[in-house]
Design a protein around this ligand. Structure first.
Ligand code: FNR
Length: 395
């Protein structure tokens, strides 16, 4: 597949001949540092922060760093194809944009800018329930771009069905049900600044535009935002849900459903048994359970449990292209990028996200080629080796 990202490296070097340089940092640590400097302290705490001690975020990175790639030579890699098949559709690369809520805290255009960027680069975006812009407005910004909808499963069946119906109506092609946030975790950074954007009416656009949500309010949100926020607190989640309750979601849609937040192979098997179509191995970027297993460590057992035909995606700690290659080598169908595209959004809105995504894909294409692969089908367990025990894990 001839995708535009393959020429990005040439484009950058040729631009140099007319004094053009990339507008935002290409180095991921530098992009991260600059973005956090540019955010308000509260937004920084919200995006950067993790649960408890932050151990899980470090563990996520360490799990990627414990694998090494073993490149192979002379394999004719002149033509490459990064595409994947998922739910009867071909996507140009094994990369999606993770659902990230309340993006208006880093950029006013938030999810609208991200939707335009994802569509332009050709990657699917997953819109969060907790978005700053509505399902319908983001769909319009996304245009013909691929989009999935992430459901925070409300404590109200009518609202749940309404969200799913709206997403279907607006052309979202899969439903991602996030299971790891039935309660908001203990997050010291946000607690220290006593900051939860939703309580200020940010990140609840999908609720206040929902006819069933509005019907339950005494006054319209435009008149009484506090009343709407209080209702949001009541309906946001239900920690009493069990596996059998998934039948309700299954009955609400024919879209493929993926469960996000699966880390144990038995839970992956239950996903299959309950008629789900995929799982996303995720620990929410280390924001929910402090001391959680790293996602790359959880991945192989999950894949072994459900088999190769059942899509297993992974996120949490994916930073450079080599991370995607390692995840695919361990059986993932695709990875989700999270914080990195938010850093691009912070610094440059749509243009910042586009640069971040194009750079990621260009690097992935080169990594595939330079490791001796023309497509992902030859990337497997033999592509990587564990880091020798005792060796310092510097990248
Ligand atoms: C998230 N994540 C998330 N997940 C989800 O299902 N719905 C959501 O609304 C959000 N919101 C959200 C906000 C912020 C600020 C962050 C950082 C993350 C989790 C997200 O989908 C993904 O699992 C993580 O971002 C992956 O970790 P890294 O790679 O970003 O560190």
């Amino acid at each position: 597949m001839d995708a535009p990202f393959m020429n990005y490296q040439n484009e950058i070097y040729l631009g140099g001949l007319s004094q053009q340089r990339p507008s935002f940092p290409l180095s991921i640590p530098e992009l991260e540092a600059r973005a956090y400097e540019a955010m308000t302290p509260e937004a920084r705490g919200y995006v950067e922060g993790g649960a408890g001690s932050g151990y899980t975020m470090r563990a996520n990175r360490d799990a990627f760093d414990r694998w090494r790639i073993v490149p192979r030579m002379l394999n004719d890699v002149a033509e490459r194809d990064l595409s994947i098949e998922l739910f009867d559709r071909t996507y140009p690369a094994p990369v999606l944009l993770a659902p990230i809520g309340v993006q208006s805290i880093v950029h006013p255009e938030g999810e609208l800018a991200v939707a335009r960027a994802a569509a332009q680069v050709g990657l699917p975006m997953i819109l969060s329930t907790a978005a700053s812009h509505s399902i319908e407005n983001v769909a319009e910004a996304s245009g013909s771009g691929a989009r999935w909808f992430q459901l925070y499963w409300p404590n109200d069946e009518t609202l749940t069905r309404s969200f799913i119906a709206r997403a279907e109506e607006a052309g979202y092609e899969a439903l991602v049900v996030t299971l790891d946030t039935s309660l908001l975790a203990w997050r010291p950074a946000d607690l220290q600044s006593a900051y939860l954007p939703f309580l200020m009416g940010q990140g609840i656009a999908n609720y206040i535009t929902d006819p069933t949500f509005r019907a339950a309010l005494e006054k319209d949100p435009e008149e009484d935002m506090t009343g709407a926020v209080m209702r949001w607190v009541q309906v946001f989640s239900n920690p009493a849900y069990t596996w059998d309750d998934l039948a309700m979601i299954r009955s609400a849609t024919d879209l493929p459903i993926l469960l996000k937040g699966v880390l144990h192979p038995d839970d992956a098997r239950k996903a299959v048994e309950h008629g789900m179509n995929g799982v996303i191995v995720s620990n929410h970027g280390g924001r929910q359970v402090d001391g959680s297993i790293a996602t790359l460590d959880a991945l192989p057992a999950v894949v072994a449990e459900v088999g190769d035909d059942f899509p297993v995606l992974v996120d949490s700690g994916v930073r450079t292209a080599s991370d995607a290659l390692k995840a695919v080598a361990l059986g993932a169908r695709a990875v989700l990028l999270g914080r990195p595209y938010i850093w691009g959004l912070t610094l440059g809105g749509e243009a910042g996200v586009i640069q971040m995504l194009r750079a990621y894909l260009a690097e992935l294409d080169l990594t595939l080629a330079l490791t001796g692969n023309r497509s992902l089908s030859t990337v497997g367990r033999e592509t990587i080796q564990p880091r020798p025990a005792g060796e310092i894990g510097a990248r």
